[in-house]
Design a protein around this ligand. Structure first.
Ligand code: NAD
Length: 497
């Protein structure tokens, strides 16, 4: 019988009482790896009230002890890195190296969560007004909820619950129903690292299991990562119910190539950033903008794309894995067909890709379009596959105008040998994460993940200082201690000095 994934509720991993089970498949073979529950309403309610109860005691635990839990957790994650990556690779189809990278980027955020004592320090001012001292404290807010996408089942849950919990909160996670085994393993390891068992609750499912969290009065903050349409829905509903929300959404990332860029570096960067993880990264480069004679590298770029071969997670020769589902593949093929119908030149078409011995995998071969214009569907829509659209312009300013006209603003990069061009680009471009000769500029965890415009709804971003602000409140205390000399009569107006 197919294994049924348990949920972590009220401190225990236990089977769900639901009658609805969601198959989790190996995207290279369609083999059913396990089934995830679509949690019942009462299971979700029990998880939220258990998290609420746990908050009352966890908020009293000293911050240094909370930091020590994160130190133990990051050490355990490092020890079990390969084991987690194997589970992740099976259910996502990512190559083993890429799966290890997914886990590693999450471990780095846990390391940063161990810095929580200094991140939660407030401010003080002595004698801010006569005989008055002021200090601020940073305090946790309560139960936080996280809803995560399929494409980084280790990194993105680890963006959320470790820092929220390190700040003194408790957390209810709903992982993607497409790859929930990795988040369950992360939760098991969290308990093994010594976390009190009811700080983190993992309650599985799909849309039906998301909406009740957005309206439940015990949930104070919602972190969401996923597609634009769902991100907008989550943001609107959560804020309508007076919760804090941070929603990281879809993207269309441009890489601008200047004529003075090193063509070998450009080709390597575009191949890796457009096709790595089968193009299923929110920071993937999906549009290359060639300025002037930079377009001369198109021949070698097409040749380099043509050499890429997808394959199974444990095939060391595979450049990348399958798409996550047959539906995701069908959507990509539909967009490729639209690109051709709308007049783009398809220099390389990955629609009919086959991988020997794995006839049922969701394969899409590397695909490269030129003569793409901003009106075309392949330019406007997030394809989320190994498909690169190439656009040619004459000047850097034209490139900047093109990028700024995009409704998205997650990531962008410029390849150039000119400091002046790089400076102009980073200053003028309306995108939250900019790389200079770095194709995928994901900030390290002591910064924050700062997408802009239609790629992000909210105020405070993921990890780093901004996430600490998101998961906490500031309390400001104004105090005065009377001594005989400072005694005065009542004061009925605002003090001026
Ligand atoms: P998705 O929006 O389909 O799903 C994300 C989560 O929302 C899942 O947990 C899913 O169960 C839930 N969900 C799905 N439909 C819902 C609905 N109608 N109502 C409520 N909840 C719903 O996204 P996905 O396909 O899992 O992930 C890929 C998307 O995520 C891409 O658009 C990608 O760009 C985006 N993404 C963005 C970032 C970022 O930081 N900006 C990072 C990773 C992924």
């Amino acid at each position: 019988m197919t294994r049924r994934l348990p949920q972590l509720i009220a401190g225990e991993f236990a089977p769900s009482a639901t009658e609805q089970w969601i198959p989790v498949t190996d995207p290279a073979t369609q083999e059913v790896l396990c089934e995830a529950p679509a949690a019942t309403e009462s299971e979700l309610a029990r998880a939220i009230s258990s998290a609420q109860l746990a908050f009352e005691s966890w908020r009293e635990v000293p911050v240094s002890e909370r930091a020590r839990l994160m130190m133990r957790y990051q050490a355990l994650l490092k020890e079990r890195h390969e084991e987690i990556a194997k589970v992740l690779a099976r259910e996502t189809g990512k190559t083993f190296d890429d799966a290890k990278g997914d886990v590693w980027r999450g471990i780095e955020v846990v390391e940063q969560a161990a810095n929580v004592p200094s991140l939660m320090m407030g401010e003080t001012a002595e004698n801010g007004a006569r005989n008055i001292d002021t200090h601020s404290w940073i305090q946790p807010i309560g139960v936080c909820a996280g809803i995560t996408p399929f494409n980084f089942p280790a990194m993105i849950p680890l963006w959320m619950f470790p820092l929220a919990i390190a700040c003194g909160n408790t957390f209810v996670l709903k992982p993607s129903e497409q790859d929930p085994m990795t988040p369950n393993l992360l939760a098991e390891l969290f308990l093994e690292a010594g976390a009190p068992p009811d700080l983190l609750q993992v309650v599985h499912g799909g849309k039906a299991q998301v909406d009740p969290r957005l309206v439940n009065p015990d949930i104070r903050a919602v972190s969401f990562v996923g597609s634009v349409a769902v991100g907008q829905h989550v943001y609107r509903t959560a804020t309508d119910h007076l919760k804090r929300a941070q929603c990281f959404a879809g993207a269309k990332n441009h890489m601008v190539v200047m004529p003075d860029a090193d063509p070998r570096q450009v080709v390597n960067a575009l191949v890796g950033s457009a096709c790595g993880a089968a193009g299923q990264r929110c920071m993937a480069i999906s549009v290359a903008v060639f300025v002037g004679s930079a377009r001369d590298c198109l021949e070698s770029l097409t040749a380099a794309f043509a050499e890429l071969r997808p394959g199974a997670w444990d095939d060391p020769e595979a450049a990348y894995g399958p798409q996550i589902s047959p539906q995701a593949k069908a959507r990509i093929l539909d967009l490729i067909a639209k690109g051709k119908a709308e007049g783009a030149t398809c220099r390389l078409d990955g629609s009919d890709c086959q991988v020997e011995g794995l006839p049922d995998g969701n394969w899409v071969g590397p695909t490269l379009f030129t003569d793409v214009t901003p009106e075309m569907s392949i330019y406007r829509e997030e394809i989320f596959g190994p498909v690169l659209c190439c656009v040619c312009v004459d000047t850097l300013d034209e490139a900047i105008a093109l990028v700024n006209a995009s409704p998205y603003g997650n990531g962008t990069s410029i390849f150039t040998a000119s400091g002046a061009a790089a400076r102009r680009y980073q200053h003028r471009v309306e995108v939250g994460q900019v790389g200079v000769n770095v194709p995928i500029p994901v900030p390290l965890p002591f910064f924050s993940f700062t997408g802009w415009k239609g790629s992000f709804y909210g105020d405070q971003h993921a990890y780093g200082k901004q996430a600490v602000r998101f998961y906490t409140e500031t309390k400001t205390v104004t105090s005065r201690w009377f001594d005989e000399e400072a005694m005065a009569g009542p004061n009925l107006s605002i003090q001026l000095k």
